[in-house]
Design a protein around this ligand. Structure first.
Ligand code: NAD
Length: 470
């Protein structure tokens, strides 16, 4: 298969072209390097119709049959790891070895769900009655993905939705459609026609999906602002909805840590993928006793970690993925500069590409934009604290509640802090680890519903309780 051209929609088991096209820009060069289909509303209708027809037979397949096909899907993608990784670097910007890690992770998602069972729960088995709860598929799932981890976040939706017995229409971000389109083409003959459909398009395609009556559920990952629009549209016919949204994750470094041991993990927790991770550390709180030492180490990393084109061998961190986000991050930095905050910047290419130098903001006030807003870029405010109780209140005083990390030599104390944080995930002395076996869920405006874990799988299903008197 040619991964570097001929991008098409996958509708009803066929490769389909579109009249209109989307330009796809390489963020490292700002050049248009490919065009992707821009699906029409008729093509969306065809995909949804095909998925609804396919659902009538797919939902009756056995669990083991669906597991087997998910395994085959993982094996097929495995034959294209290097090509997909290069394509991912070109469209997303990340360094090639990290792009490869994402392709491999997506494959593991298919294998993981291929080995998962669907439970039946017995809630009463008394002398007079047996009550059991069964889980059934919902219908057609509309999956909408962002541009920061196009393959991982798509596979987090496709694999559990299909295992549950649903059919899927997935829409990647218009900024990063290519790898997902190729996954559709690759898996076209693995699943029966109409079971997995992939459509790419411009800004109007997402709202058309959420308004479409043919979907039973929308599984969305993206920004909080868009998530609210998705929920509003889905409310009109009460579609089920899962929303994985933005965050403003805090990392807290207690005074009893070994700074040299943790600082690199803390750094990459904020700057990996150039900060474009929902669960990246977006505000770092460091105890006053060790603040200066932590800053020295962070400054050293900011000044030395290589930012560049993801295809260059020595690149560690790439550009911002798209111009809109690039301008947003630059405006946040400019705002901090105008406010007179102290910025420490690394080095990044200047001529072409959406590059932002890795940037630390030295002890900004807690109400600064750079502390309050989700940067989603390589900008990290580092804030001094001395009272953990006050800090916990400050960390919780956010509209977001996605994740947090605590770095401490005393696990018991760290757990006591973790218990008081209003987030769906808390890491102690690590970060960014999201195993598929464990539910991932945002609180407050970071989301609604769950991905991964048994809870995530059951989010693609409907309960049916059956009562049998004895
Ligand atoms: P975005 O909300 O702009 O777009 C996400 C997807 O929604 C894209 O496919 C887009 O085309 C589509 N879309 C746009 N408008 C829509 C509408 N009105 N209705 C339906 N779909 C629409 O987000 P983004 O800029 O692609 O991604 C960055 C954001 O995603 C960040 O805020 C980040 O924190 C968040 N994110 C969250 C998670 C998580 O799991 N919580 C993971 C990754 C990214």
């Amino acid at each position: 298969m040619n991964l570097f051209g001929g991008y098409s929609l996958t509708i009803n088991g066929e490769n389909v072209c579109s009249e209109k096209k989307l330009d796809v820009i390489n963020p490292a060069t700002e050049e248009i390097f490919a065009t992707a289909p821009d699906a029409s509303s008729d093509q969306l209708d065809s995909a949804v119709a095909a998925a609804n027809i396919a659902f009538t037979t797919w939902k009756k397949t056995s669990l083991s049959e669906r597991q087997e096909l998910l395994r085959k899907a993982g094996e097929l993608i495995q034959n294209h790891v290097d090509g997909l990784a290069e394509l991912l670097t070109r469209e997303q910007g990340r360094a090639l070895n990290f792009a490869k890690a994402e392709v491999e992770e997506a494959i593991q998602v298919f294998f993981h769900y291929a080995s998962m069972d669907i439970p039946t729960k017995i809630t009463e088995d008394s002398e007079t009655r047996r009550v059991s709860v069964h889980y059934e598929p919902l219908g057609v799932v509309g999956a909408i993905a962002p541009w920061n981890f196009p393959l991982t976040l798509s596979s987090w939706k496709i694999a559990p939705a299909l295992l549950a017995g649903n059919t899927v229409v997935i829409k990647p971000s218009p900024f990063t459609p290519l790898c997902t389109l190729k996954i559709g083409e690759l898996l076209k003959d693995v699943f029966p026609a109409g079971v997995l459909n992939v459509i790419s398009g411009g800004d109007d395609l997402g709202p058309m999906m959420t308004a479409h009556p043919g979907f039973s559920k929308i599984s969305f990952t993206g920004s909080t602002a868009t998530g609210k629009r998705v929920m509003e549209n889905c409310s009109k016919d009460l579609k089920r909805v899962t929303l994985e949204l933005g965050g403003n994750d805090a990392a807290i470094i207690m005074p009893d840590v070994d700074v040299d041991k943790i600082v690199e993990s803390v750094f990459f927790g904020a700057f990996y993928n150039s900060g474009q991770i929902c669960v990246a550390t977006k505000r770092l709180y460091v105890h006053a006793d060790i603040y200066d030492k932590v800053m020295v180490s962070l400054v050293n990393l900011v000044k030395t970690v290589k930012v560049g084109n993801g295809l260059d061998e020595d690149t560690v961190l790439g550009p911002i993925q798209n111009k809109r986000q690039y301008q947003r991050v630059l405006s946040l930095i400019e705002d901090a500069r105008v406010a007179g905050l102290t910025l420490i910047e690394g080095i990044a290419p200047k001529d072409k590409g959406y590059y932002v130098p890795l940037t630390l903001v030295d002890n900004p006030p807690s109400e600064s934009r750079v502390v309050v807003e989700e940067a989603f870029g390589p900008v990290l405010p580092v804030i001094k604290f001395d009272n953990i109780d006050t800090l916990i209140e400050q960390v919780n005083d956010s509209v977001y509640g996605l994740a947090a990390s605590i770095w401490s030599g005393d696990t018991e104390k760290a757990v006591a802090v973790a218990n008081q944080l209003d987030t769906g995930t808390v890491w102690i002395n690590e970060n960014l680890y999201l195993p598929l076996s464990t539910p991932f869920a945002g609180r407050k405006q970071s989301g609604l519903g769950v991905e991964n874990g048994e809870e995530g799988l059951l989010g693609f299903m409907a309960e049916k309780s059956i009562y049998i008197p004895k």
